[in-house]
Design a protein around this ligand. Structure first.
Ligand code: FAD
Length: 397
């Protein structure tokens, strides 16, 4: 029998492998990854590894220790370069081809960059090498760090830099931070937390370019004509799903790989994690989620789907993420839209310790807990049962 091929040996890909073995698949599985070694777990890269409080070796993939028992052939430095979905044949960068019984596409995403991104002192944070390179530059006592983008990675990097005692300016084109995950009405709280800690927060202003002194960055020019002098610049302006190589493959690509509600992209081909958009039946909408727990659950669902033939089960989920910024832990369940109503269910925003519910009509689209872990987890469990607003409100009365 032909092997199952998994493209991407990170969270979603290895989780798919785990699920295949757990479901009793004892056939050959080959995993290929473009990276030269097992990618590290990513959350510590903007937090503990960057701060120097976790050794890089400790940032293992959650499944790294179990890989041997999962019994797969893993080929590193082996990018997939082309796919023929009709025959399920994948071409690899080493010139070989694999025709597979089933394929899991789990290539994640790569950071968006700015012109000038090649200048010394300009960084993105996606891989262990990125995090260590930034850490080296931070260790050279820069006068100021400019963080472009106040999404969750930019906000975490800004917090880590302040923890190292560095001067930080955080620049965001949107009127509030974390616009892609939080309703606008609550995002201002994130800006306030950063201001409390001495970050110079610039909101509602884009970047027109990076300024250089020779081959080294010396600042950021903003769209309003002002300049932020900075000898280290971190670009956190989102990611692009790694789908370039799928052009002409027969696998549908839009906002990432387009899957049905069972994770299926084409017959015998599934996709999961940051790279995959699917119809989430629990929310009744299509979504692509760039979050750690989602990559694990989605990968597992995709692995099971490959073995299910025509009886694939829908993958319904409540996305969940956390973000650590200073002494605040943000935990969020759900998928709110920017204009959803914000209802404070517990605590106060002023104390920086609260639970906020996000509401659209009779529906709860998400719950954010700030230093409220028990409440956030309880709310998450309610949302898994139903997205009705009333049971969430009841939880806090
Ligand atoms: C710095 C950082 C901090 C984060 N912190 C948090 C957090 O606190 N909370 C949270 O919920 N989420 C967090 N995340 C998000 C979370 O880590 C990601 O959602 C998760 O890693 C996605 O896993 P994935 O397997 O889909 O993709 P990835 O981890 O991106 O892995 C994709 C793999 O595919 C490989 N690949 C790509 N193209 C090819 C190809 N053509 N051929 C072969 N291999 C290929 C890549 O080399 C890579 O190893 C963070 C992410 C980053 C970058």
């Amino acid at each position: 029998m032909a092997p199952i091929l998994i493209v991407g040996a990170s969270l979603a890909g290895l989780s798919a492998l785990d699920a295949l073995r757990a479901a009793g698949h004892d056939g050959e599985v080959i995993v290929v990854d473009a990276a030269p070694e097992l990618p590290s777990d990513r959350p510590p890269l903007s937090k503990q590894v960057l701060a120097g409080t976790m050794e890089p070796e400790a940032a293992h993939q959650p499944l790294a220790n179990r890989l041997a028992e999962l019994d797969a052939e893993i080929r590193f430095s082996t990018a997939a370069t082309a796919l023929d979905a009709a025959t399920r044949t994948v071409s690899l960068a080493d010139g070989t081809e694999i025709t597979a019984e089933g394929i899991v596409l789990a290539m994640g995403a790569s950071p968006r960059r700015l012109p000038g991104g090649e200048l010394a002192g300009v960084h993105v944070v996606r891989t262990l090498a990125d995090s260590l390179a930034l850490r080296r530059d931070l260790g050279a006592s820069p006068n100021r760090v400019a963080v472009i983008g106040a999404g969750f990675i930019g906000a975490e990097v800004a917090a880590t830099c302040r923890g190292l005692g560095l001067e930080v300016t955080m620049i965001e084109a949107a009127p509030v931070p974390m616009v892609r995950v939080l309703p606008s009405a609550i995002g201002g709280f994130v800006a306030d937390v950063h201001r409390d800690h001495g970050v110079d927060v610039r909101l509602g202003v884009g970047v027109s370019g990076l300024l250089a002194d020779g081959d080294r960055v010396r600042g950021v020019e903003l769209a309003d004509g002002s300049v932020v002098d900075a000898d280290v610049v971190v670009v956190g302006i989102g990611v692009v799903p790694s789908v370039d190589w799928l052009e002409g493959s027969g696998v549908p690509v839009g906002n990432g790989i387009t899957c049905d509600e069972t994770c299926l992209a084409a017959p015998g081909i599934v996709a999961a994690g940051d790279v995959a958009e699917w119809f989430n039946p629990h929310f009744g909408e299509r979504m692509r989620v760039e979050q750690w727990e989602h990559a694990i659950e989605h990968g597992a669902a995709a692995g099971r789907r490959l073995l299910a033939g025509d009886d694939g089960e829908p993958f319904g989920s409540v996305p969940w993420f956390w973000s650590d910024q200073y002494d605040r832990k943000l935990q969020m369940a759900g998928r709110p839209a920017a204009d959803d109503e914000v209802v404070i269910l517990d605590g106060t925003v002023e104390e920086r310790r609260f639970v906020a519910g996000f509401r659209r009509g009779d529906r709860c689209t998400g719950v954010l807990g700030v230093n409220r872990p028990r409440h956030a987890i309880q709310a998450r469990m309610r949302l898994v049962e139903s997205l009705d607003w009333a049971p969430i409100q009841d939880l806090f009365t």
